[in-house]
Design a protein around this ligand. Structure first.
Ligand code: DAH
Length: 330
């Protein structure tokens, strides 16, 4: 028995211990052969032998169990040490990202209009002639289409040249009152200091089922918006032309760079043009089947706002992905 206690004590792993256990307790183990011998004995001798065997069985069993729990603990400990991660080790610093300045300004514009109860609408980037032009009072072959150089697809569809078609989609799918903005990407065949073929606009449309909406409403709403974006600026409405509004206006703010002195950015006019707007043309309402309504609309270029707010001189640089520029907006 002492041999077996030694064997158990010297086991180095749970697997090894299991082998010893089988040697002792298995069908062909020493205990089994001991109990087999019982048959050959009688009386007191048998009793004593049986008692000894039972005692031996209990002691060996206890010895194995306690060794097993020690080995298991040791194995878990080794595994934990092997798998441990040193969380105090230094790592390469990871640079944190930031919103692109155009998206940042877009978010600020959206936040303002959402705070003024405007809903957010979207439309497809690939449009058809009806939504992008015709319903907006730009009939086929009308010279006003020259205002926007368009990318056409082979099937007569086109990349939308402005976010105004979202006005049409909204009006066709719902009844007034409408109070919406439509931020999004637009495309034109243009590429110079102040134009890229892809850029972003925010469109606005307010329609009431009455004749209550006037140019005065449009003016006060836009003045509030522009002061929110640019601070304490003067706002000026200049008569202009857009096919979808009548009357139409372009809106200028007093130059935020020279404050009236005249500089390169405002081309010495002391004014910066920031958006287009107007009272919705009756032809647009007819195209969507609206009667007895009134409304105003506006559209702005987000890159233009970003250039002015962040003083970026060349629009194209916003889309070059140059980290030296982008890191300045973190
Ligand atoms: N869609 C015009 C453009 O891309 C911008 C615009 C001007 C939108 C006046 C309007 C508006 O809704 O009333 O140049």
């Amino acid at each position: 028995m002492k041999d077996y206690i030694d064997k158990i004590t010297h086991c180095m792993s749970v697997a090894e211990l299991e082998k010893v256990r089988v040697e002792i307790f298995g069908k062909k183990g020493i205990l089994a052969s001991g109990f087999a011998k019982l048959k050959e004995l009688d009386g007191d001798e048998k009793k004593e032998f049986a008692a000894n065997l039972n005692k031996m069985r209990d002691e060996l069993n206890e010895c194995i169990e306690s060794k097993k729990s020690k080995l298991l603990k040791a194995e878990i400990l080794t595994k934990m040490q092997k798998d441990a991660v040193d969380v105090t080790l230094f790592n390469e610093p990871v640079a944190s990202g930031a919103l692109h300045p155009v998206m940042d300004v877009m978010d600020r514009i959206i936040e303002y209009f959402v705070s003024q109860n405007f809903s957010l609408e979207t439309g497809p980037l690939i449009e058809d002639d009806f939504h992008n032009f015709e319903a907006l009072n730009l009939p086929k072959y009308h010279p006003a289409r020259d205002m926007q150089d368009t990318f056409y697809l082979n099937d007569n569809r086109l990349l939308r040249t402005h976010t105004s078609p979202v006005q049409i989609r909204k009006m066709l799918s719902t009844q007034p009152p409408i109070r919406m903005i439509a931020p999004g990407t637009v495309f034109r065949r243009d590429f110079d200091l102040t134009h890229t073929p892809m850029f972003h606009q925010v469109e606005g449309l307010v329609v009431e089922p009455s004749d209550n909406v006037s140019f005065a409403n449009l003016k006060s709403m836009l003045e509030g918006f522009l002061k929110h974006m640019f601070g304490d600026v003067k706002v000026r409405f200049r008569p202009s032309f857009f096919p979808f509004t009548e009357p139409s206006a372009e809106v200028d703010i007093s130059c935020i760079f020279c404050h009236g002195e005249g500089c390169r950015v405002c081309k010495h006019t002391t004014w910066l043009e920031v958006l287009g707007c107007g009272v919705v043309d009756p032809n647009v309402f007819s195209a969507v089947g609206y009667k007895n309504v009134s409304g105003y609309a506006f559209g702005l270029g987000v890159e233009r706002f970003a250039m002015l707010l962040h003083r970026v001189p060349d629009l194209r640089s916003l889309f070059e992905g140059d980290l030296r520029l982008l890191e300045q907006f973190r």
